[in-house]
Design a protein around this ligand. Structure first.
Ligand SMILES: C[S@@+](CC[C@H](N)C(=O)[O-])C[C@H]1O[C@@H](n2cnc3c(N)ncnc32)[C@H](O)[C@@H]1O
Length: 259
């Protein structure tokens, strides 16, 4: 079964596709309808790399935390059909507008469902997907909305992980066997302690029958606000004995069992 459009006889020609586990991305791709405006969106290069390696043109991609639609916009460019789920209708509305304004050269279908990705009813009528991308809130680091069900409102780590587990369970029901699920997440620092959200969520996915294929470490670009505070962060780090976050994870899993 072929899971991408790479012709291995010409493998030297695919320079655009990354194969190393350290991704230093110098700047975000802000071309077309991509915008850095949403605090908490990922750089388009992440879904792009995932789709190029783990889908074929015309296949279906599900992004269960769609945000401002980065995956959906990128999917249009690459000729992949895509469905996004987003709990915050204001953001979903904006995302839909951006997606509509992005050219659609391959005439693919792009849909955005406003709903809770941890609720079964949200997935009603959806078919099968060949790639699932999950970029959840990093627990409560950024509060995305006041909505009940928004994972950034979870009051405990356990509640966050339970909600996340539900999203993985429901999303993966729609993922074909032997296809990829991609998790993009960072850790959290709270009350003097590093909370390894990346590893906790990785474990949730593995316990649901997925095989871990890769952990990629991606750099965090400093936004302008943070740059101004660099000295303060450095002082705090030196004083309190920790390291300042400069990385996030992009983890790749394969669905082994048909749960
Ligand atoms: C880290 S952001 C994703 C950003 C996205 N990758 C982008 O580039 O715009 C997480 C998103 O998940 C949404 N969210 C939180 N809980 C959710 C849930 N239970 N179901 C669906 N969306 C949810 C938030 O509103 C937020 O937009």
């Amino acid at each position: 079964m072929k899971i991408n459009d790479i012709d291995l006889r010409r493998w030297k020609e695919y320079e655009e596709i990354w194969t190393d586990s350290l991704w230093i991305i110098p700047s975000r791709d802000n071309s077309g309808m991509h915008t850095p405006e949403y605090h908490g969106n990922f750089v388009p290069q992440i879904p792009r790399q995932a789709m190029l390696r783990f889908t074929r043109r015309g296949e279906w991609v599900l992004d269960s935390f769609a945000g401002l639609g980065t995956t959906l916009i990128e999917a249009r460019r690459l000729g992949r059909n895509a469905v996004g789920i987003e709990i915050n209708e204001e953001i979903a509305k904006k995302a839909l507008q951006l997606v509509k304004n992005e050219e659609n050269p391959y005439k693919v279908t792009t849909k955005l469902i406003v709903g809770d990705a941890a609720a079964k009813s949200t997935y009603q009528g959806l078919g099968k997907f060949q790639l699932v991308i999950l970029h959840p809130p990093y627990w409560d680091i950024i509060k995305f909305s006041n909505k009940k069900g928004d994972l950034s409102n979870a009051t405990t780590l356990n509640e966050f992980l339970e909600g996340f587990k539900r999203v993985v369970e429901l999303s993966s029901k729609h993922l074909d066997k032997n296809r990829y699920l991609v998790l993009v997440i960072g850790d959290k620092y709270s009350e003097g302690e590093w909370i390894p959200l990346g590893f906790y969520t990785m474990r949730v996915i593995m316990e649901l029958g997925f095989k871990l294929k890769s952990i990629v470490v991606k750099n965090i670009e400093e936004n302008r606000g943070k740059r101004g505070q660099r000295a303060l962060w450095r002082y705090r780090a030196l004083k309190d004995g920790y390291y300042i976050f400069k990385h996030e994870y992009v983890m790749f899993f394969v669905k082994e069992k048909n749960k």
